[in-house]
Design a protein around this ligand. Structure first.
Ligand SMILES: Cc1cc2nc3c(=O)[nH]c(=O)nc-3n(C[C@H](O)[C@H](O)[C@H](O)COP(=O)(O)OP(=O)(O)OC[C@H]3O[C@@H](n4cnc5c(N)ncnc54)[C@H](O)[C@@H]3O)c2cc1C
Length: 309
């Protein structure tokens, strides 16, 4: 902690699967790199309240209890990257990975996220892969993490430790919308480290799933994804989460879809209405308007899978 406290020019490295590429391409140029792999931040700790996942726990985590208790999380993890990358990548790094916008990743293009005030080449350029919710006139990139979308659906909390002590940050509050300051990607303070993710025990957790639409069947980021968790009583949806990935600068909670589901039977008509409601507020461009239809598709698929279970 001493090595990173109060230092803006220091970056920590965990699995390195994202950061090393950014260093190589000179997208990130920290004065100092601190390797956190020697810290005891690995493993899962179960309690009556849920599970605490160490920040250095690898994305390839293979734990039958995790898969049974939080299917949405394990499906999201397994849909990401490749087995080799998942063996190396960590929970902390996955949540804090940088956007995959091609204009951000190539320093020859203008990018407000990389260089405040430089402009956004993506807005003028090819926006096929970019966002349709929560974007701004400064940035239209999407957050790439599958795991973060699942954790949002599970009401998970990030545990951050820094010079001023320990804080618990709901996953939904970990990311900032770009607004005029897209370079401020998350709400961690300088010198704060993610040490764990806490996933609560919840009646929503076990009936949950993740559906991801991508260009290839594996080794590709989401064009659109849905993490959905449902708790029913007497055949009626009592509580539900519908969260979207690949479409916004942060994991996106589709509250209108949740509203369309609460208090209703999970039948075809309700599923259709929820899939439509999930697109509420979308502001697509002509080149990424296809994502609106993808959202309908992934939400419909996730709810149908949960209905049949
Ligand atoms: C080809 C390829 C395909 C991929 N496909 C997917 C995909 O489909 N879905 C998906 O979700 N991801 C995908 N990824 C991304 C991959 O999951 C991330 O690169 C990985 O999860 C990052 O974890 P890491 O431990 O390697 O992070 P690092 O590269 O070490 O770090 C990433 C960032 O997180 C910060 N950081 C790391 N740990 C902490 C911590 N504990 N506290 C604070 N900050 C921290 C680092 O400073 C850095 O800024 C893909 C990556 C590649 C290369």
């Amino acid at each position: 902690m001493r090595l990173i406290a109060g230092r803006k020019d220091v970056e920590v490295i965990a699995g390195g699967t994202d950061l090393v590429t950014l260093l190589r391409d000179r997208v990130r140029t920290p004065a100092r790199l601190v390797d956190i792999n020697g810290l005891s931040l690995d493993g899962l700790r179960w309690s009556r309240d849920g599970v605490r996942i160490g920040a250095l726990c690898r994305n390839a985590v293979d734990d039958p209890r995790l898969a049974a208790t939080y299917p949405v999380l394990v499906r999201a993890l397994r849909s990401g990257a490749s087995p080799q990358i998942r063996n190396r990548a960590t929970f902390g790094g996955n949540l804090l990975q940088s956007v995959r916008c091609p204009y951000f990743r190539q320093p020859e293009f203008a990018c407000n996220r990389r260089e405040p005030g430089a402009g956004c080449a993506g807005i003028e350029g090819d926006g096929r892969l970019l966002g349709i919710f929560g974007t701004s006139a400064s940035c239209i990139a999407v957050h790439p993490s599958d795991c973060a979308v699942a954790l949002l659906a599970l009401d998970a909390t990030v545990v951050a430790e820094g010079p001023r002590g320990t804080r618990r940050i709901p996953v939904g509050d970990l990311y900032r919308l770009p607004g005029d300051t897209p370079h401020e990607e998350h709400t961690l303070h300088d010198g704060e480290l993610v040490v764990a993710v806490e996933v609560p025990a919840s009646p929503l957790a076990s009936r949950s799933t993740y559906v991801k639409f991508r260009e290839r069947a594996s080794y590709a980021f989401a064009l659109a994804s849905a993490a959905v968790a449902v708790h029913s009583e007497h055949g009626m949806v009592r509580d539900v989460r519908v969260c979207l990935g690949g479409v916004a600068p942060k994991p996106w909670r589709a509250q209108a879809a949740e509203h369309a589901l609460r208090g209703r039977r999970l039948d075809e008509a309700t599923i259709g209405a929820a899939a439509e409601a999930a697109t509420e507020g979308a502001r697509p461009r002509p080149d990424n308007a296809y994502k609106v239809e993808l959202i309908r598709g992934v939400v419909r698929q996730a709810l149908t899978d949960l209905r049949e279970n």
